[in-house]
Design a protein around this ligand. Sequence first.
Ligand code: PEP
Length: 249
Amino acid sequence: MSRQKIAAGNWKMHTTVTEGKEMISSLAKNDLPSDVTVIIAPPFTHLYPCLEVADSGIQLSAQNCSDKLSGAFTGEVSAAALADMGIKYVILGHSERREYFNESNELLKNKVDTVFGQGLTPIFCCGEPLEIRKSEQQVAYVRQQLMDSLWHLSSDQMAKIIIAYEPIWAIGTGETASPEQAQEMHQSIRSLIAEKFGEETSQIIPILYGGSVKGSNAKDIFGQRDVDGGLVGGASLKVDEFVTIIRSF
Ligand code: PEP
């Protein structure tokens, strides 16, 4: 079965709105492969202005949203507002949100429900810290993240999710999981999903790798059987390099 190929760029809190619009316009000028879904997750402030310049070949994602539907939650952004704007995706559970904003598996479970409730697609991040990798507990660690936040979903909902496996020790560190390490974990994640939701569902779900993906290593990583693309931080801020990554399938 051929799964959706995805190159997603997470800009984090980088760029101004003006810079972001220029980057999207410049990305859209490239001849991008039609069989790759290209997703950019700029800061919230950029979403609407970037939507105006993104052509149909570039989708936009939020980097987070509230678990609440609406209400007195100063500074939060609702999934309903994102959906109304025409946004299709929301990154949930990025390790920086888990670490710096104390996002728990339980909170993420609620966020996943809220995002699905508004017809948006979660890009659900999971991945282990270095000490867990060193003690070879990474599969158990990621299994717990998936169980706590996703195992309550129906198979129909699960079939619509995108998973990003992002080993924390490889995010923004320049250190990348080897293609074999990525494949091993992606295969384990797919097997866990198959056990819970069935083989058919597990074969539909795109599992992206994240952690220092660059133009120079994307081909080897994306070439792995269970790797369906990347969630790219630093290298997505350089348009030419991100185009190289998009063309690496
Ligand atoms: C990320 O932020 O999701 C990420 C993978 O960052 P980087 O590519 O810079 O390691």
